[in-house]
Write a protein that binds this ligand. Structure first.
Ligand code: G3H
Ligand code: 13P
Ligand code: ZN
Length: 338
């Protein structure tokens, strides 16, 4: 099966009232781990690449790995998504490469750090929607900004999404999915204590979903930062201070209120790093990369399997016949003419 439109995955998730994990990848082992688990759990899945991932893999390695994934796992609906596109050019180059979905993150200026104004966000996002939908590609936009800068992305200032403004944003841009800022941030250091409603504004999800029941909501910064994964890293020489991520239960509440895409990167990074540290510490004479990359892949698989089950996408891979991007394009153009 070719790479599938993310819009279709999310539409189906809405029909089935479940969420779909969007997992960041940078290399073959991560892609293999995601796909193996998708097969084992019969899950539709979103694989996403940041600008950093695209530059690390030089794009072509990444796209060919994803084509291999689609060829080797033909029964799995899998979308390839550009995470945090910083400009229309970034999104258009992803579409040219063969991505089936793009995020135009106009909540920040092109530097990926400075918060933008609303009119800028509407303008660049609308531009990407026009170009992407013309080829059947899905578009995610973002309103509000996440916290956290330690991964080099984000302003460090939190601006929570305003539900009223969200309605105007969706109407004026025509996006398929809306990333909301509810107090999460990227990376391993999100909260200094278990998050409550003061710092994690789940009520906003409900309010936005009530106003925009047909828009698929996206939660960024959704790693749970499991303490046992951090403990393994620290046991074998790491130095990570304690911190709290987003509890899976909160994500599940979000899914009940319109969250359809859940972004997870950090948890897999933690799993991979811990597994590699363990092998290198326990077997200091080992130098065959396969000796630590295999356990790293297995550790990531455990994370992905847990999340795909918890988000509810497990068991849904065979629910529907994937549409082609041409079919998606025709659907978009028909809805413009209505
Ligand atoms: O946007 C955040 C993701 O975790 C990607 O991170 O830019 O380090 O690849 P990255
Ligand atoms: P985490 O850092 O919480 O995994 O978030 C990833 C993300 O939002 C990618 O866009
Ligand atoms: Zn993100």
């Amino acid at each position: 099966m070719p790479l599938v439109s993310m819009r279709q995955l999310l539409d189906e998730a809405a029909l089935g009232s479940y969420g779909v994990g969007a997992f960041n990848v940078n290399n073959m082992e991560q892609i293999q781990a995601v796909m193996e688990v998708a097969r084992e759990t019969e899950s539709p899945v979103i694989v996403q690449a940041s600008r950093g991932a695209r530059s690390y893999t030089n794009d072509r390695f990444l796209i060919h790995l994803m084509w291999a994934a689609a060829e080797l796992y033909p029964e799995i609906p899998v979308a390839l998504h550009q995470d945090h596109g910083n400009s229309p050019e970034t999104c258009l180059s992803a579409i040219e490469q063969g991505f089936t979905s793009v995020m135009m993150d106009g909540s920040l200026l092109e530097d990926g750090k400075t918060p933008s104004d609303f009119e800028y966000n509407v303008r660049v996002t609308r531009e990407v929607v026009e170009r992407a939908h013309a080829t059947g590609v899905t578009v995610e936009g973002e309103l509000g900004t996440l916290g956290g800068i330690e991964d080099g992305h984000g302003s460090g200032e939190v601006h929570l999404t305003d539900p009223e403004q969200a309605v105007e944003f969706v109407e004026r841009t025509g996006i398929d999915a809306l990333a909301v800022a509810i107090g999460t941030s990227h990376g391993a250091y999100k909260f200094s204590k278990p998050p409550d409603g003061e710092v994690l504004a789940m009520n906003l999800i409900r309010e936005i979903h009530e106003r925009l029941p047909r828009t698929h909501l996206v939660m960024h910064g959704s790693s749970s930062v499991p303490p046992e994964l951090v403990a393994t890293i620290n046991e074998f020489g790491g130095e990570m201070p304690p911190s709290w991520g987003v509890p899976v239960q909160e994500i599940q509440t979000g899914i009940e209120h319109g969250v359809r895409k859940i972004n997870v990167d950090t948890d897999a990074r933690l799993a991979m790093t811990g597994a590699i540290r363990r092998v290198l510490a326990e077997e200091p004479s080992e130098f065959d990369p396969r000796s630590y990359l295999k356990p790293a892949r297995a550790a990531m698989k455990a994370v992905y399997a847990e999340r795909m089950t918890q988000f509810g996408q497990a068991g849904h891979a065979n629910d529907y016949e994937p549409k082609t991007l041409d079919q998606m394009r025709d659907t978009y153009s028909a809805s413009i003419q209505d």
